[in-house]
Write a protein that binds this ligand. Structure first.
Ligand SMILES: Cc1cc2nc3c(=O)[nH]c(=O)nc-3n(C[C@H](O)[C@H](O)[C@H](O)COP(=O)(O)OP(=O)(O)OC[C@H]3O[C@@H](n4cnc5c(N)ncnc54)[C@H](O)[C@@H]3O)c2cc1C
Length: 489
């Protein structure tokens, strides 16, 4: 970029790029600086193992990227990003070839739950009917204010979502399938499932399946990152890769800086410009468990015993409600378990373009104690084999990353915590520090914009968008952020 930019964004994850696009829409010259060799952060897709096999290194399943206000405005379709909906959104296999499955249709999902069908409908129907308002409230950083749209449904959500998911599952459902279905979705939150608020994520993700589905991006999530970068470049912005920022003084004179980083990284970069009070709060910010991930190339699709599971995009592999709770209790308590909750995604079931003809990619991760270097390959493959006998015979090659390697790959994953901070009740209300405006930092003109700010993890772009709006108001006096520029024709 010739001359000094008006704004620098550190980190080209979904939040960094969303923030950059909002700033660029206001006519600012924006430079994004990224440590990795390619932009995208949690949206990167790589030929990790063999040419032609495209593995999403992080996110694959993108309901938030469809439902969030930022991406609705970005308009994926107009940018050439194609969504693919698997026949089954997510599945939770049980012993004996049984499974609980969530489909786009709430009615079909409820019908398959047999005696738990009416309770399922009662829980989710009001939320799905007001899906957009529910999503906008929870992703709009308004958790500390009263809802103005669909307040009744949001209160229904709050009353059922505030407690833990064991309470919700047992209170609402009688069958193993009904209980496991909601617990499996809740376990995405990487918390001990007996803690408050775990029910909320199970409900939000469950509702999203009926509201927008759990789609994948054709060709891999990188396509979304590339579309965001292209949109930025069309407006004169640029992304510099391969540069890890360690000191904010590098940008002295730049009016606004957005940080798609961990809060700890911000404090380190800012040095003595951060007061001791803020520093202390960041030291108290808790990171959750780390992640151990495997990417496989398979010769055949995973031979799940249940035929519906074979058609699912996402599979929660843990067994019953109590087994799911036990699987998540271990990493939360700093222990390794040989019966972990395994979160698995089989992209080529819905999107064969990710592998050469006849080939398959598959990934799974488990939660582990922070910074763990324990190899979980055996435990993960045993859990999959339990519900898919013959799975091991389909493995052609695998690549693994333990929690330490996760952090080395992306400095925002402290100890391998892919959520950039535990999503507990306290840390969702005040993320990362107890301030009214948590995007603001003590360094004037510098804003946190990552998943360590509200509304937290996932590919929705809202943390970056919210931070950019604060920067526009405070630094540039733009009270009403302009809409994103439409796609060039
Ligand atoms: C294995 C895995 C699976 C996931 N699956 C899903 C899923 O299916 N659906 C979903 O919605 N979410 C999923 N997620 C979570 C999702 O990817 C993240 O919540 C999301 O990417 C967070 O966005 P972000 O922009 O805050 O941070 P990130 O995506 O982590 O991006 C931060 C970027 O900043 C860069 N950076 C950090 N520090 C510096 C520095 N000092 N200097 C320069 N650059 C820096 C990093 O290299 C990175 O590119 C998954 C995550 C993982 C790891």
């Amino acid at each position: 970029m010739n001359g000094q930019p008006d704004a620098v964004v550190v980190g080209a994850g979904p939040n960094g790029l969303a923030g950059a696009l909002r700033l660029a829409a206001a006519g600012l010259r924006v430079q994004v600086v990224e440590a990795g060799p390619r932009p995208g952060g949690g949206m990167r897709t790589e030929e990790l193992i063999r040419p032609g096999f495209h593995h999403d290194v992080c996110s694959t399943v993108q309901p938030m990227a469809v439902a969030s206000a930022f991406f609705r405005e970005f308009d994926l379709g107009s940018r050439g990003v194609r969504l693919i909906q698997p026949d089954v959104c997510y599945a939770h296999p049980l012993d004996g070839g049984r499974a609980a499955v969530s489909r786009r249709s709430l009615e079909e999902t409820a019908a398959q739950l047999g005696p738990d069908g009416p309770a399922y409908r009662q829980l989710f129907e009001p939320l799905v009917r007001h899906g957009q308002d529910v999503v906008d409230f929870f992703l709009g950083s308004r958790l500390r204010t009263l809802p103005t749209r669909s307040p009744g449904e949001i209160i229904h959500f709050g009353l059922n979502g505030l407690p833990n998911v064991r309470w919700l599952a047992r209170r609402r459902f009688d069958t193993e399938a009904g209980q496991a279905l909601v617990a499996g979705a809740a376990a995405h939150g990487m918390l001990d499932l007996t803690r408050p608020l775990t029910a909320a994520l199970g409900m939000l993700l469950g509702m999203l399946a009926h509201h927008v589905g759990w789609p994948l991006i054709e060709g891999g999530s990188q396509r979304l990152a590339d579309a965001m970068v292209a949109a930025l470049e069309e407006q004169g912005g640029e992304v510099v890769t391969g540069h890890e920022v360690r000191d904010l003084r590098e940008f002295d004179g730049v009016p606004a800086i957005l940080l798609d980083t961990s809060p700890e990284a911000f404090v380190a970069m800012a040095g003595d410009r951060v007061n001791e009070g803020y520093r202390r709060w960041v030291r108290r910010y808790r990171h959750g468990p780390g992640v151990f991930k495997i990417d496989w190339i398979l010769s055949d699709p995973v031979p799940w015993a249940n035929s519906d599971v074979r058609r699912a995009g996402t599979i929660h592999v843990a067994g019953t409600l109590e087994e799911t709770i036990a699987g998540e209790a271990a990493p939360a308590a700093g222990r390794i378990t040989d019966r972990p909750y395994v979160l698995a995604v089989q992209p080529t079931v819905a999107d064969p373009s990710r592998a050469p003809a006849g080939g398959h990619v598959f990934w799974a991760y488990v939660h582990v104690p922070p910074g763990s270097d324990v190899d979980m390959t055996g435990a993960i493959e045993a859990q999959v084999e339990r519900f898919a006998p013959g799975f091991r015979d389909t493995i052609v090659e695998r690549a693994t990353k333990d929690a330490r390697q996760m952090e080395a790959w992306n400095p925002a994953y402290v100890g391998g915590d892919i959520s950039n901070g535990e999503a507990s009740l306290r840390q969702m209300l005040f993320r990362p520090v107890p301030r009214w405006n948590t995007y603001k930092t003590p360094v004037p003109g510098t804003y946190l914009a990552s998943a360590a700010t509200p509304p937290g993890p996932a590919v929705h772009g809202m943390c970056g968008d919210n931070a950019a709006r604060v920067a526009l108001r405070e630094v540039f006096g733009v009270r009403h952020a302009p809409p994103l520029r439409p796609a060039a024709r």
